[in-house]
Design a protein around this ligand. Structure first.
Ligand code: B1M
Length: 211
């Protein structure tokens, strides 16, 4: 079994120590951090989701897999983020109200930071008021993440709250997360949608007319 498969397996089974050891070994072997993330760790979480759908995994298994994944991401973090550059702009990201999934949101935050944005991470289960406060404090982009079909309407609630507070015109709103689509983004009046963390950075630049 190659090292990428070993890491994939360790994430699926929530073996945090093996993930840490595997990621460290892969880096020593010369694997790029992005390759480890995209070719090994993210596919592992997809597999965890499929097993959950087939009733082979339950919430505890999802949870330990998520923790193991996060431990691996923590090692990759400094390699995915370049520091010391003038911020391109400010973005506040959060997972919407009712939703506790944060791995995707954390990756989006990481990639935005890596691309040179100043990122304010609002956390998970973020109420519309908190996004409004960030907009009032002057962030240029609000990033909304949702992983549950049941929490997608909370994205619309944020946009409505921004409008009600009179700050909708001051910020761009970008949305993402596995169940979210461009069509849904258009429906709720978001300014942009991106399917993954790397395209999220391209979208953020587009929204601020950078490059
Ligand atoms: Co949950 N869960 N979960 N879960 N979980 C899903 C999402 C699910 C699809 C599993 C399944 O059935 N196959 C399903 C949702 C079904 C649906 O709504 N259609 C589900 C469910 C049902 C639930 C619970 C309801 C289970 C229960 O309690 N019965 C419950 C809800 C809790 C809540 O939020 N209120 C629940 C709980 C959990 C855990 C806490 C155990 C854990 C989360 C731990 C954590 O995040 N710290 C968990 C996990 C791990 C998953 C799966 C397996 C993996 C999610 C993940 O991290 N993916 C997930 C199945 C799946 O998605 N395949 C599942 C990896 C991550 C890198 O991808 O988050 O999609 P993702 O992010 C991507 C893109 O979407 C995009 O970029 C990211 C990187 O490329 N992106 C953005 C994300 N946000 C963006 C924002 C942007 C732009 C791009 O702009 C701002």
């Amino acid at each position: 079994m190659g090292i990428l498969e070993e890491i994939n397996d360790a994430v699926i089974y929530g073996k945090r120590k093996d993930v840490v050891a595997g990621v460290e070994k892969a880096l020593i072997e010369g694997y790029d951090a992005g390759v480890i993330l995209h070719q090994s760790m993210i596919p592992a979480m997809t597999e965890v989701g499929l097993r959950f759908e087939r009733n082979e995994f339950f919430v505890p298994e999802m949870l330990i897999a998520a923790r193991a994944m996060q431990a691996g991401i923590d090692i990759l973090r400094p390699l995915l983020v370049e520091g010391g550059v003038e911020p391109l702009g400010t973005v506040a990201v959060g997972t919407v109200q009712g939703d506790l999934h944060d791995i995707g949101k954390n990756l989006v935050a990481l990639m935005l930071e890596g691309a040179g944005f100043e990122v304010r991470d609002l956390g998970v289960n973020v109420s519309p008021d908190h996004y409004v406060a960030a907009a009032q404090e002057g962030v240029q982009i609000i990033g909304l993440s949702a992983l549950l079909t049941t929490t997608m309407p909370a994205m619309k609630a944020v946009i409505d709250a921004l409008e009600a507070a009179g700050v909708r015109g001051q910020v761009k709103v970008m949305v993402g997360g596995a169940p979210v689509t461009q069509t849904y983004a258009d429906e709720i009046g978001a300014d942009g949608y991106s399917p993954d963390a790397s395209s999220a950075t391209r979208l953020a630049k587009q929204l601020l007319n950078i490059e």
